[in-house]
Write a protein that binds this ligand. Sequence first.
Ligand code: UT7
Length: 332
Amino acid sequence: MSQSKNVGIIGLGKYLPEKILTNQDFEKLVDTSDAWITERTGIKERRMARPDEATSDMALAAAREALAAAKLTAQDIDLIVVATVTGDTAFPSTACRLQGALGCRPIPAFDVSAACSGYIYALTIAQNFIKAGTVRYALVVAAEKLTSVADYTDRNTCVLFGDGAGAAVLAAVDSGGILSSYLGTDGTQSELINMPAGGSRRPASHETVDQRLHYLKMNGAEVFRVAVKTMADAAMEAMNTLGVHSAEEVDLVIPHQANIRIINAVAKRMGVSLTEGKVFLNIEKYGNMSAASTAVALTEAVQQGRVKKGDRVVMVAFGSGLTWGALVIELS
Ligand code: UT7
């Protein structure tokens, strides 16, 4: 097995459910307007998985596309890491379901719970398995069915979220790959975004269902404030390690797609503006897909030719936990 220190992405994939929920659809559900949602968030549409479509089904479709792009089969994979907070079930993990559905060998497969930062966490974990020499090919998938935990009576949150999946195959590469990674958490602020019931602290009961505690709750304004500073700081940390001090010096910034105003403020702090075309945006089409946002964005950036082999990309995310993470990747 290769001892190379360089670990890169050799195949990317994505899956978005067909059904589109427009801002106009939300006008019929809650007291909101297309104008408010567009102006305050940048979102016009988001995708919604079918009732019979679970997170592992979306993960499977994205994984197959990534494997095909890498010219590998499921049998070649040595490790699966799935980033999700909306797995098919509390247990077993969505990664186990994916391993079974793909027909992989009995390899290690596990989920990572880091909310919107999950893809960055999972890529970093897979990178280190490969660096250690115990894994040759790793499959990383970020998949979320946030419509299953969005409260369609709460206008503050329901308009923000959508479903989707993105996948990457990682392997040792001759040069470039993941050049730096910076991860962090602040568990003292875990109440800012959470799902209160359904775990060991508040098991499901008639009461928790009646109180709508199985839906995502968020203090949007406070999350907004912390997100701007933390995402910018994390991205700068990942870049500074490489002697890079402004996003001007990289080819593309791929931020978590939670709110266009957050992205705008983060980009400014990183030294670029949205009008320069250096910041990848797909929030208008998909809304916030948690971990899947950065995964789908990276796949689309490559598929659309926005970046090519040798280009440097900064990815940065922030979410429930609180968690954050940033990566600099030189594309293989
Ligand atoms: O993925 C994890 C990270 N998540 C995020 O980064 C999300 C961060 N937060 C945000 O994106 C924004 O805070 C929101 C989009 C959630 C809210 O935007 P805001 O500009 O911070 O609005 P606000 O919470 O300060 O609320 C302003 C007003 C309130 O009305 P009052 O109390 O001033 O009368 C809200 O009730 O906007 C109202 N409002 C809405 N109005 C129409 C909240 N949601 C809606 C809505 N339609 N959908």
